[in-house]
Design a protein around this ligand. Structure first.
Ligand code: NAD
Ligand code: UD1
Length: 339
């Protein structure tokens, strides 16, 4: 298996995975419409990897174009990142999410079927566990969606499972990511959110760089030791490695469809994340406690036994390394790919 099509390969997780694939001697073909990424990501990737990378600027819902790519390239497997990911936005614009995430995936699967490419790794999310009753979260436990974004992830997992039942030559994997953090060790690619960040880490680094005044901590009255929410943060480079391990697993797997958690298995509170950033930045992060954010769970973290046993994958980087690398990227590129 040599030629890997990466949809959404210039996005945050996709770009780090592209580098990991290249390092492991895969050929990469990126498809991205730049709806949530910058065209300059390609330059950064080529500089870091020191090689040319093939990229098709197109929407994966453009079936004609996608077919052309499958006709021209001898694709062996697909890693499918392309989709919209903002939970809050999905509540207000559900059709945007159903259209892009579902139509995009169905179009991709139809083209894969037509060209007999039946290996796929899909980006799912820890949010599919809904409102769980116990931790850590284990694959196979009940799922639930509290917003359209998560519903698209669950629907896609169902579609993948149905496909594997319909034809036993499909090899389909769903990876449920916990909270990605960090950036490539070069500091030249990283998370580049549009507008004001929704997520904790980019918000903190933008406060530190002076783009935002202060962090709003969403609640300190949760039933946790310091009262703030606990999440499972995982370095984006570890996540990227998980995709290479997933591809290797698909080569020999007998299962048509399978699901894996990718997380560190450890939980950190909002205050602990602030402290870790303060250590690497060597400055205090100004913050204010505000009310809880609707829909936030007090505690989530993964059981990663299955990924360890079957994929031979385990997160290696600790929280200090995650914060250091996020900060390094932010400091080196205060305006993201505009710098
Ligand atoms: P991202 O927005 O940085 O990357 C997604 C990429 O897909 C972008 O480059 C965007 O331009 C592209 N894209 C979107 N729709 C497209 C379309 N129709 N055709 C072609 N390209 C398209 O997101 P990310 O953080 O890298 O996440 C990647 C995947 O992982 C997403 O599916 C997301 O839902 C999932 N995920 C992300 C997180 C997270 O916290 N980042 C957590 C869990 C799951
Ligand atoms: C969010 C998304 C989830 C996505 C995940 C990945 C929601 C409801 N969920 O989850 O789909 O997979 O990001 O990164 O949006 N916090 C603050 N102040 C901030 C931002 C966040 O206090 O400005 C707190 C939050 O309350 C939470 C923690 O920090 O307790 C982490 O938040 P965030 O980075 O948004 O991640 P999740 O809420 O886990």
């Amino acid at each position: 298996m040599k030629n890997i099509l990466v949809t959404g390969g210039t996005g945050y997780i996709g770009s780090h995975t592209v580098l990991e694939l290249l390092e492991n001697d895969y050929n990469v073909i990126i498809v991205d419409n730049f709806s949530n990424s910058h065209p300059k990501v390609l330059d950064a990737l080529e500089t870091i990897a020191n090689k040319k990378i093939k990229l098709f600027r197109t929407d994966i819902r453009n079936k004609e174009k996608l077919e052309q790519i499958f006709k021209e390239e001898a694709i062996d497997a697909v890693i499918h990142f392309a989709g919209y990911k903002a939970v809050g936005e999905s509540v207000f614009q559900p059709l945007k999410y159903y259209n892009n995430n579902l139509t995009g995936t169905i179009t991709l699967l139809e083209v894969m079927e037509k060209y007999s490419v039946r290996k796929l790794v899909f980006s799912s999310s820890a949010t599919v566990y809904g409102t769980p009753e116990k931790m850590p979260l284990i694959e196979g436990e009940p799922t639930g969606a509290t917003n359209p974004y998560t519903r698209t992830k669950l629907m896609i997992e169902n579609i993948l499972e149905d496909l594997s039942v319909a034809k036993d030559t499909w090899r389909l994997l769903s990876l449920r990511y916990f909270n990605p953090l960090g950036a490539h060790n070069s500091g030249d690619i990283g998370e580049n959110p549009n507008g004001i960040p929704n997520n904790l880490a980019p918000y903190i680094t933008q406060v530190a760089i002076g783009k935002l005044d202060k962090l709003h901590v969403f609640g300190n009255d949760y039933p946790t030791e310091d009262g703030t929410c606990i999440r499972d943060y995982v370095h984006v480079e570890d996540l990227a490695k998980g995709h290479v391990d997933a591809l290797q697993y698909l080569e020999t797997s007998k299962k048509g469809f399978d699901i894996f958690n990718l997380g560190s298995g450890k939980g950190y509170s909002v205050f602990e994340i602030i402290s870790s950033f303060e250590e690497v930045i060597e400055e205090k992060i100004p913050y204010e406690i505000t009310g809880r954010r609707a829909g936030d769970l007090p505690v989530t973290y993964a059981d990663t036994t299955k990924a360890q046993n079957d994929l031979n994958w385990k997160a290696q980087k600790n929280i200090q390394e995650m914060c250091r690398d996020s900060w390094n990227w932010q400091k080196k590129h205060p305006n993201g790919f505009e710098d």
